[in-house]
Design a protein around this ligand. Structure first.
Ligand code: GTP
Length: 347
């Protein structure tokens, strides 16, 4: 079975981090989420991947190429105009062939795809939508299911007290190729708002099946941050680089921590990082590869992508800092989300 990864969205809610980067390329634990996702699919026996790209596609294509380094084959589809989730799936139709799993590539999860396929086969469904239960679904669309699990209705952003369930679309779909027939080609189509409701209205079997394991939609910077705290707290398990030093401290290869610097767990430090004297890193800090934390600098509750510099005595609290950004000496940042355009890129 092939996987179709939807990775072409503009990620407007996660700007400025996604201004020039596809959201699924945002690092989670110092590695692009998309890389964790591909490794996870490979572990489940899915090694043929179709990637639907649109926003800064070269950032994905240059990183993954044909997928050989990850033991998978990756083919790419391009969209002259943004086609939306269902439009992008339709656009990929010639590369898909038989049954496939479509996945929103910006959802951080450890879903068991094989369990979804089993539910799909047992129900004899045309489409099986992975579902997750959330405490407050008022920001999402919830589903109403019949007793046999088939989905009968979608309710967008239900007011409190008026929701048929707490189950929301997890952004993972097992689909038969026939489900694509009704999707119009060449225009923007939303899978949740158009395709699924019209299949249900036509009496086709759209099944809902619970997704087990960790699940979090990256969506906003706030949720992106939460994913990292879950990672540091051990609620999300991923294959991370570096060595566990015990007590919630993990450090990558070639990293130098000066005498008198303090790592306050939980903390994840990448490779080749330099941490200066009397610097304090953590609690809840993720430092990307090749970063420099200057003398007396302080980084708490923050995520720094690779190649960042927090110069001498700079302080960062509750920040997310994009690749290659330099914080000047003694600058104080609180609750900031900042990023910089790489010098090599045109403005
Ligand atoms: P926001 O602009 O913040 O809503 O983010 P987004 O553009 O990523 O939209 P959304 O979170 O709804 O997208 C869900 C998934 O579908 C993400 O993985 C997107 O990358 C992907 N996606 C959304 N729109 C398109 C599209 O037009 N083309 C392709 N190829 N993928 C898309």
């Amino acid at each position: 079975m092939k996987a179709l990864l939807l990775a072409g969205g503009f990620g407007t809610r996660m700007r400025p981090l996604t201004e020039r980067l596809p959201k699924p390329m945002a690092p989670v634990g110092n590695r692009p989420w998309l890389e964790h996702l591909i490794a996870g699919l490979k572990q489940q026996g899915i090694d043929e991947i179709v990637m639907a790209v649109k926003h800064y596609p070269e950032r994905i294509i240059e990183y993954f190429g044909d997928g050989g380094k990850w033991g998978v084959t990756i083919r790419y589809t391009h969209e002259p105009v943004p086609l939306g989730t269902a439009g992008a799936i339709k656009n990929a139709e010639p590369l898909l062939g038989g049954r496939f799993v479509a996945i929103n590539a910006d959802i951080v999860h450890r879903a068991d795809i094989r369990a979804l396929v089993k539910a799909h086969e047992e129900a004899g469904a045309l489409v099986t939508i992975g579902l997750v239960e959330v405490a407050d679904p008022s920001q999402f669309g919830v589903v109403e299911q019949a007793e046999d699990g088939r989905i009968v209705r979608f309710v967008e952003k239900p007011p409190r007290g008026e929701k048929p369930s707490n189950r929301i679309n997890a952004g993972i779909y097992i689909m038969e190729p026939e489900a694509l027939r009704s999707i119009p080609a060449g225009r923007e189509v939303s899978i949740e708002r158009e395709t699924f409701p019209s299949l249900i209205a036509a009496g086709r079997r759209v099944q809902g099946a619970d997704v087990s394991g960790y699940w979090m939609d990256m969506g906003t910077s706030e949720r992106y941050r939460r994913i990292h705290w879950d990672l540091l707290d051990g609620k999300l398990e991923l294959d991370l680089a570096g060595e566990e030093r015990g007590g919630g401290i993990r450090i990558g290869e070639g990293t130098e921590v000066a005498k008198g610097a303090m790592l306050v767990p939980p903390v994840l430090v990448g490779s080749r990082v330099k941490i200066g004297e009397r610097a304090v890193v953590g609690p809840y800090a993720v430092i990307g590869d090749d970063c420099v934390i200057g003398r007396g600098a302080r980084v708490t509750h923050s995520i720094l992508w690779d190649r960042c510099v927090a110069a001498e005595a700079a302080q960062l609290n509750r920040c997310i800092v994009g690749s290659g950004l330099k914080i000047d000496p003694r600058h104080l940042l609180h609750e900031a989300v900042v990023s910089v355009i790489p010098e090599a890129e045109t403005i």
